[in-house]
Design a protein around this ligand. Structure first.
Ligand code: CO8
Length: 258
């Protein structure tokens, strides 16, 4: 596998793990780090042997946001001409599921990267926030949009307008994260669940992810139409035959991802 400066990659069975690695700056998301992250995820997305991915950071920080030192002297016209942050959306085009496993700080762009993933599991010491307002700016990579759809308007306003952090337990209660584990167990527990997903039929997994993500963008009629069409399409896979045969024969299915 290729090696990168700002992320570490590892494969456990059918699970691809990308660890953000910029310890000197609490994994602050400089442009080269985002480039490495996107490349590493794209490589796993293409890899036939991988069925699900995890993005994680260190025990102290998932990521403490965009790199403030890199950003501080930027100007509107150059931001606009260079489409600043416009190319940080690579995660959105990954088709396989990605779990963000968050320990420590997930702030600003760090919280946004976690929300770009398909679900978030947190260690019990994790802290989430969108502190951009304290720097005289606002979220720029989906914070105002994704956080609002995940936790609702009142809570999103409260967090984004004050810049306050919330704990893992608060994030769980508000629907930002799906599960909380003791911090030291977070990665192993995330790998276990990613393995469950990675052993399901990959075509079904891709279709389920696509259908869920489209629910955030389509009206109900179009969303139900897409879901029904994808559901019908699963009957064209060998894995659907295997899954239903295994149930009938009272045995575990052996999906071949085709
Ligand atoms: N950018 C650059 N460097 C950082 C950042 C950052 N966001 N966060 C921490 N660092 C650096 C510190 O400067 C420090 O470096 P040095 O040792 O050279 O001084 C080192 O990391 C360790 O940090 P601290 O000493 O501050 O550690 P503490 O444990 O005292 O505090 C905190 C931890 C509370 C996380 C604190 O570091 C902090 O508040 N960080 C900034 C958090 C923040 O405001 N983040 C939002 C940034 S704005 C943003 O993300 C805009 C979104 C744009 C979209 C991004 C696209 C994905």
């Amino acid at each position: 596998a290729k090696s990168y400066e700002f992320v570490k990659v590892e494969q456990r069975g059918r699970v691809g793990i990308v660890t953000l690695y910029r310890p000197k700056a609490l994994n602050a998301l400089c442009s080269p780090l985002m480039k490495d992250l996107n490349e590493a995820l794209q490589a796993f997305d293409k890899d036939e042997g991988v069925g699900a991915m995890i993005v994680t950071g260190s025990e102290k920080a998932f990521a403490a946001g965009a790199d403030i030192k890199e950003m501080k002297d930027l100007e509107f016209v150059s931001n606009y001409k260079n489409n600043f942050l416009g190319d940080w959306t690579g995660i959105n085009s990954i088709r396989k599921p990605i779990i963000a496993a968050v320990n420590g700080f997930a702030l600003g762009g760090g919280c946004e990267v976690a929300m770009m993933c398909d679900t978030i599991y947190a260690g019990d010491t994790a802290r989430f926030g969108q502190p951009e307002i304290k720097l005289g700016t606002i979220p720029g990579a989906g914070g105002s949009q994704r956080l609002t759809s995940l936790i609702g308007k009142a809570k999103a306003m409260d967090l984004i307008l004050t810049g306050d952090m919330i704990t893992a337990q608060e994030a769980l209660a508000s629907g930002l994260v799906a599960r909380v584990f003791p911090a030291k167990d977070l990665l192993e527990e995330s790998i276990k669940r990613a393995t469950v997903i990675a052993n399901m039929s990959l075509p079904s997994v891709l279709m389920a992810k696509e259908a869920i993500n489209k629910s955030l963008e389509l009206g109900l009629t179009e969303g139900l139409h897409l879901e029904r069409r994808l559901f019908q399409a699963t009957f064209g896979t060998k894995d659907q035959k295997e899954g239903m045969a295994a149930f009938t024969e009272k045995r575990a299915p052996n999906f071949k991802h085709e």
